[in-house]
Design a protein around this ligand. Sequence first.
Ligand code: ADP
Length: 399
Amino acid sequence: MKVLVINCGSSSLKYQVLEMETEELLCKGLVERIGIDGSVINHVKSGMDKWVKETPMKNHTEAKGHVLEALVNPERGIAKSMKEISAVGHRVVHAGEKYANSVLITDEVIEVLKECSELAPLHNPANLQGIAACRELMPDTPMVAVFDTAFHQTMPPESYIYGLPYEYYEKYAVRRYGFHGTSHKYVAMRATKMLGKDMADLKLITCHLGNGASIAAVKNGKVFDTSMGFTPVAGLVMGTRCGDIDPAILAFVAAKEDKSFADMDKVINKQSGVYGLSGVSSDFRDVEAAADEGNERAKIALKVYAHRVKAYIGAYIAEMNGCDAIIFTAGLAENGKTMRKAICENMDSLGIVLCDERNDVRGKEALISAVSSDVKILLIPTNEELMIAKDTYEIVGAL
Ligand code: ADP
């Protein structure tokens, strides 16, 4: 069965087609600058060179049209007709408290997702546009929505309720939701396989450290706690997001700098994190290079970053009363051995010991803890698209 995976942003569209029986990637692509000048599609059929075409695309439906054309192209396509695509899996960021699992997309599901748009104003409307464009062009193909928030829906109230007046939760659904759920679930499943255990018997800490970053405590197969909150700005220090801060800082700085809350929202989302700290870049490679050259602010940024991850690991060990494995995934954690080392340093009293030799690895599944380490440390490249395709395959296969 061929499954098309779609991940729609406000002006971009990422896609992949997988052959599910073998989990083989047939092709992938990226459409950028949808609705603005310079719209462009990049398409790669596995084993072939990248094909790039710049052509105006006014909206997601037009972009989707170009994707479908590429998929059935005799030369670089992967199907003779779109009928060969049996299902489509859509990444959707926010499902509020409505869905704890992926669901078949129906009119009712779309209504629910529209209601959730208020909670993810930058993401859900774009995801919905992608779904609408697909349904218009492939009206008979079953589609599945896979949510970033779903895996975290198992959290107990003590993890998701904030210490605010309870009525804000009741009236406005203000609570911790957590994001990157598809990635946390994927690496937790892979770790379980690597450890040869049952997820129900494991306590895992999954660290998704990319440009956006979050940690999850996965206890007996269910998320017990996670670092992102009501929005993806909470928790760890990130590329440009501040992570946890004293909330009173917002009103204090807003008054000092004559800024509105909307301005401050921009500051904490776009001008903070390692970018704001270092003044160099949001990309860890640039910040590490600057630190190596002696840039003090870059050094502080990296120290603050590692410190925050370490603090969350400690907290989650306490919350779960132990931990069998720590998993590193996403851009920084998959590639940055220096950061992995900085995070794991001086944690031997918690049974966490990294092996320098094993840690000298990037971008592939590996055990990187020392033999003496009670807690296994694993490197597992994430694959959110495969996870979306698997859920889609399972749901549509059962129809
Ligand atoms: P996202 O999907 O959130 O945009 P990724 O998971 O692709 O993020 O991670 C991107 C980040 O990974 C970049 O900001 C970069 O800082 C970091 N990264 C990539 N390669 C390396 C490397 N070799 N060393 C350190 N950091 C890296």
